[in-house]
Ligand binder design. Structure first.
Ligand code: CU
Length: 64
């Protein structure tokens, strides 16, 4: 598991968007957003972090 801090997470809707989008990606085994801390905890296969980072930016929640 690894945790990243992301910008712009404001509410449960943001959390849903992130969790739904990332969990559909290949190699993402676990994704949990903490709205209060603006963090995303991830369980990823090797080498998937780059595409997850790109997806988060695309969704409007860039990794800090
Ligand atoms: Cu929101």
């Amino acid at each position: 598991m690894q945790t990243v801090t992301v910008a712009n997470v404001m509410c449960g809707g943001c959390a849903n968007t992130i969790e739904t989008s990332l969990s559909e990606m290949d190699g993402v085994d676990y994704v949990k957003v903490n709205v209060e801390d603006k963090t995303v905890t991830l369980g990823l296969d090797e080498g998937v972090m780059q595409s997850v980072t790109e997806k988060l930016a695309e969704l409007g929640y860039p990794v800090q």
